[in-house]
Design a protein around this ligand. Structure first.
Ligand code: PRP
Ligand code: URA
Length: 209
């Protein structure tokens, strides 16, 4: 079963509270999602391999570490996942970004794929699929299917808020994918919204309704 990690860092938990608040407007919501994504990226990359190099300081030669050339890919699920990309790229500027466009049909709650554009070497990359919300899990499951179909083998999923139903479905569908969340909520309501959640992440990020 894909392991579940909950980010318990106090800064992450603090910022999560502010995006839950319905009084938080679009500008602030977008800024906090960006900050949260950066903090979550900081946590998710803590086990990246390092290699030792020599660097000449103004004083002498130092043996010091750099990332061992691990190839990373960030895959936002459009459209709400876009809100997390810049925050991650601030920390990992050399990561490639692929896009998977899905929307959830409001009647059936089934994901509908409308766009896929990926780095050509996704089979060699460690991919982090990002979306603020994991509700029924349909979108994440479909996005990961889409990546695997095109050769991806090393995939993590990172979201801000998840419902237990989505976690269970994703673990069942892709037992090799580790799941990273900031908030693990109570349940889904009859419309498939996460309770208490934060409402519609895409609409709150982009000011649509
Ligand atoms: C939202 C969210 C996820 C999906 C989660 O996207 O950003 O992609 O719903 O729901 P699920 O787990 O039940 O599939 P939405 O379909 O609203 O599209 P948007 O990002 O374009 O707003
Ligand atoms: N998508 C969202 O943006 N919010 C939810 O609560 C569920 C799906």
């Amino acid at each position: 079963m894909g392991k579940l990690y909950v980010f318990d860092h106090p800064l992450i938990q603090h910022k999560l509270t502010y995006i839950r608040d319905k009084k938080t407007g679009t500008k602030e919501f977008r800024e906090i999602v960006d900050e949260l994504a950066a903090l979550m990226a900081f946590e998710i990359t803590r086990n990246l391999p390092l290699e030792e190099v020599e660097v000449e300081t103004p004083v002498s030669i130092a043996k010091s570490n750099v990332l061992a050339g691990k190839k990373l890919g960030i895959i936002p699920i459009l459209r709400a996942g876009l809100g997390m990309v810049d925050g991650i790229l601030k920390l990992i500027p050399t990561a490639k970004v692929g896009h998977v466009g899905l929307y959830r049909d409001p009647e059936t709650l089934q994901p509908v794929e409308y766009y896929v554009k990926l780095p050509s070497d996704i089979n060699e990359r460690e991919l982090i699929v990002v979306d603020p919300m994991l509700a029924t899990g349909g979108s994440a499951i479909e996005a990961i299917h889409s990546l695997k179909k095109r050769g991806a083998v090393n995939i993590k999923f990172m979201c801000i808020i998840a419902a237990p139903e989505g976690i269970e479905a994703l673990q069942k569908a892709h037992d090799d994918v580790e799941i990273y969340v900031a908030g693990l909520d109570e349940k889904l309501n009859e419309k498939g919204y996460i309770v208490p959640g934060l409402g519609d992440a895409g609409d709150r990020l982009f000011g649509t309704k």
